[in-house]
Write a protein that binds this ligand. Structure first.
Ligand code: MRU
Length: 347
């Protein structure tokens, strides 16, 4: 098995380079805040929970570079590191959640020296990573109860180990847990243009796990739904609003409309750290626009004419009315989602 994010003994943050997968399995080592920022922005590491863990680790490795014994000065510098990392990508709320957790730790710490506070920060980052693995494993088994023997499941983007710190993942974690339970399942993975997380990453993970899988292009999904092949759709999430509206990889909204037309349940799988209770609905979720080259080029080769205007929104919002259930680490909720989400946080 591989680790998506790893914190080495000296604090170095190691990522498997997801831009290079599946043809090359290489790692990127980050020894300062800037290199972690770039790894998130350039999608060396991607997927909402993985970005959160990476950011926490980025704070820890970043503070090691602060050269002062003055506590007030140190805290000012920590905040600058947090401000920088949090600006790397706008949609996945796990990034904001993780940075907030690190800021809170610093604000509440009673450490009487900078070196002690540095120790607490690196301990907290390691905790964020460990909890992510544990949460995803238990969430996978909670969600697996939705899967029946013989199910054919469509998934979009990559919501596997690569989208978390490692281990199970979110949506793909549910599929892995069902497979481990001995259920006979088959997966259809959308290639997920333009960054090809499905073709490059999900297909790679499914092969490694020995799960029966088919790779399709995004525009084939409706065809297979219409033929009655797809029984369930399971995807992850980058941000879930208080009413259950869910931002996920661009194309998820279209799948949800097709799913409704064909009476196929669409399930979202995400830890509580993906739920943003500060926003009432999906219209408040910031949608990232990614570089034009992701659309105009494939593997560095231009496939579109020079001069054409490009749109590249990386996410869309699926309205809660198109979602059958949301699987979290605290249980499965169904409509009305606003009530279910409130209850989850009071558990
Ligand atoms: O742009 P990405 O690859 O970071 O987008 C990732 C997704 O949209 C995933 O589906 C989402 O983060 C959930 S994965 C646990």
């Amino acid at each position: 098995m591989f680790n998506t994010v790893e914190i080495l003994d000296d604090g170095t943050v190691r990522f498997i380079d997801q831009r290079k997968l599946p043809t090359e399995e290489v790692f990127v080592d980050c020894c300062d805040c800037d290199s972690v920022y770039n790894a998130i922005k350039d999608m060396v590491v991607r997927g909402a929970p993985a970005i959160g863990v990476a950011a926490a680790a980025g704070v820890a490795v970043g503070v090691n570079c602060i050269d002062t014994e003055d506590m007030d000065l140190f805290k000012i510098e920590v905040n600058k590191i947090c401000d920088h990392l949090v600006s790397s990508r706008p949609t996945a709320v796990n990034l904001f959640w993780a940075i907030e957790r690190m800021r809170n730790l610093v604000a509440k710490s009673s450490a009487d020296s900078v070196s002690k506070l540095k120790g607490e920060i690196s301990h907290e980052a390691a905790k964020v990573l460990k909890e992510d693995r544990e949460i995803n494993k238990s969430m996978a088994y909670i969600g697996a109860e939705l899967i029946d023997d013989g199910d054919v499941i469509l998934t979009h983007c990559n919501a596997g180990a690569l989208a978390t710190s490692g281990g199970y993942g979110t949506a793909l974690g549910v599929i892995k847990a069902a497979h481990e339970q001995g259920k006979n399942i088959e997966v259809y993975a959308d290639e997920t243009r333009p960054f090809l997380q499905g073709a490059r990453l999900t297909a790679w993970e499914l092969l490694k796990e020995g799960i029966k899988a088919n790779l399709i292009t995004d525009n084939m999904a409706g065809y297979f739904m219409n033929k009655g092949v797809i029984k369930k759709i399971i995807v992850g999430a980058d941000r879930i609003a208080a009413n259950g509206d869910t931002a996920n990889k661009i194309g998820t909204y279209s799948l949800s409309v097709l799913a409704k037309e064909h009476n196929i349940p669409l399930y979202i799988v995400a830890p509580l750290s993906t739920i943003d209770r500060n926003i009432p609905d999906g219209s408040h979720i910031p949608i990232e626009e990614r570089p034009e080259e992701e659309v105009t080029h494939i593997k560095g080769i231009r496939v579109a004419p020079e001069g054409i205007t490009i749109k590249n929104p990386a996410f869309d919002v699926t309205p809660h009315k198109n979602i059958a259930a949301i699987v979290t680490d605290k249980g499965i909720i169904r409509a009305p989602f606003d009530k279910g989400i409130k209850e989850l946080f009071n558990k």
